[in-house]
Design a binder for this molecule. Sequence first.
Ligand SMILES: Nc1ncnc2c1ncn2[C@@H]1O[C@H](COP(=O)(O)OP(=O)(O)OP(=O)(O)O)[C@@H](O)[C@H]1O
Ligand code: SF4
Ligand SMILES: [Mg+2]
Length: 449
Amino acid sequence: MDIKKIFKKGENKTKSDKHYLSGKEVREIAKANSKEMRRLEKEKNRKRPESEYVTSMRDDGNILEIEDLHSYFFTDQGVVKAVNGVSFDIPLNSTVGVVGESGCGKSVTSMSVMRLLQGPTGQIVNGAIRFKANDFKRDKNGEPIPVYEKDENGDIIYDKVLDKDGNVKTDKDGKPLLKPRQKKDSAGLGVYEKEEKVFDIAKTPIHEMYRIRGRQMAMVFQEPMTSLNPVFTIGNQLDEVTLLHIPGADKASAKARSLQMLEMVGIAMPDRVYASYPHELSGGMRQRVMIAMALAGEPRLIIADEPTTALDVTIQAQILELFNDLKTRINGSILLITHDLGVIAEMADYVVVMYAGRIIEKGTAMEIFHNPLHPYTQGLQKSKPTMKSSENELFNIPGNVPNPINMPDNCYFKERCSKCVKKCSGDYPEMIQVSPTHFVACHLYGKEN
Ligand SMILES: Nc1ncnc2c1ncn2[C@@H]1O[C@H](COP(=O)(O)OP(=O)(O)OP(=O)(O)O)[C@@H](O)[C@H]1O
Ligand code: SF4
Ligand SMILES: [Mg+2]
C-alpha cells in the first residue's frame, strides 16, 4: 500500500501521530510490498531471449548510459525510493564523479549498475543501464574463438601434437597430428577474438551478469579489508579472478598475470605480496591489491565507491594518481563515487550531483566547479574548507534530507533552500539544459529565466 495513502488516512490525528504506523498499517504495507517483490523477482528470473537485453547505445562514444533508473527498497515502513529517475552517461576514456551527501543514493546507483542490489527487498524497478561490453566472441556452441599465430604469408602456423612423454602423436596413416598455434599474451594466456556487445544491465539474466561482472566491469570498495578474504593469500584471491574469467587459464599463467597486475598498481615486491595474507599488508597496499583484482579481468569500466575514504591523505593522493594512470592504460572509464569535492576536482571530467535519490545538477567538472547553478551544489562548494577562507566557522547547509519513504511532491531541497521562489511550492522542477553538457533541476532556471 502507498505510504502516502496511509498518512492521508490519519490526517485527523495530531501532527506527531501522523508519523506513527499502527501494526495493521505495517501489515498492509508488508502485504503490498511482498506482492510487488514477488512480481519483480519473477520478472527478473524469467527466461528471456537475447533480443530483450542486447541493445544499442544512444551515443557510440559512451561506455555506459543510465536512463531513468529507479531502484527501490521495499521495507516494512514503506518504499524507499533510493534512486528515483537517475539519468547520466559515462563517455569512453573518462572519469565521471558522483557526489552528494550521505544517503543520497550514490552507492545504490553503483550497486544497480553491477546488479548487486540485495533482493528481494532491493530491486531495480524501472529504467535502462546500457553497457558497451567487449566480450569474447563465441561460436554457436558458446565456446570462445581463439586467435591463431600466422606466418608472413598470412597462413596459420601448426604445431605437432605431443603425448605426455613428449613423443609426436600420429594418425592411423602414421602422419603427425597437427594443431593450430594459439596466440599468447605476455602472461602466457591464450588470446581469443573479441566483439563489442551492448547489454541492458537492468534486464540482463544473471548467468550473463556473471560474465560481465568482475570482468567487463569491476568495483573497488571503500574498505578493502571487508572485500578481501582473510583466510586466503593475496595470490590465491588474485589468481581466482583470472581462472574464473579468462578461458584456458591455468595456475601458472594466472600467477604470471597476478604478478603483472600487482606490478601495474605500483607494488614494489609483487612476489612477497602475492604470498601474503590481507592482514599482513597496510591499508594503502590492500587498496592497491583491490585495484589489481579489479584489473585482472581486463574491465572497461571501474566503479570506485569512496576508494580513498579509509586512507590517510598521502596514500589517498597516490591511489588517485594510480586511478588516473589506469584510465589510459585499460583504455576504459571510471565511475568515481565520493562525498569529497576535492577528490572530484582532482579526478573527474564530468560531475553528477545527487540529492535524495535524484540528480539535481550535472555537467563537466569545469561547469560544476566554476559555474555551480543549483543552490545545493553552491552550498556543497561553500562547505568545502579552503586555505584562503577567512571565516571562522565552516558553512553548512541547514536542515536535513527529507524522509526517503515520504518524499514531497515539490523540490526536495525546498525546506533547506535560501533562494526559494513562489514556483518552488509547485511541481518538482524539470531538468533544464543550460549548455550542451550542463543540466540543472531548479525553478530558478526555468525556460522563461
Ligand atoms: N538495504 C537497504 N534497505 C533499505 N534502505 C536502504 C538499503 N540500502 C540503502 N538504503 C537507503 O537508500 C538510500 C541511499 O543509500 P546509499 O547507500 O546509496 O547512500 P550513499 O549516497 O551511498 O551514502 P554514503 O555517502 O553514506 O555512502 C538511503 O536512504 C538508505 O537509507
Ligand atoms: S527549485 Fe526552488 S527550492 Fe528547489 S533548489 Fe531551486 S530555488 Fe531552491
Ligand atoms: Mg555509499
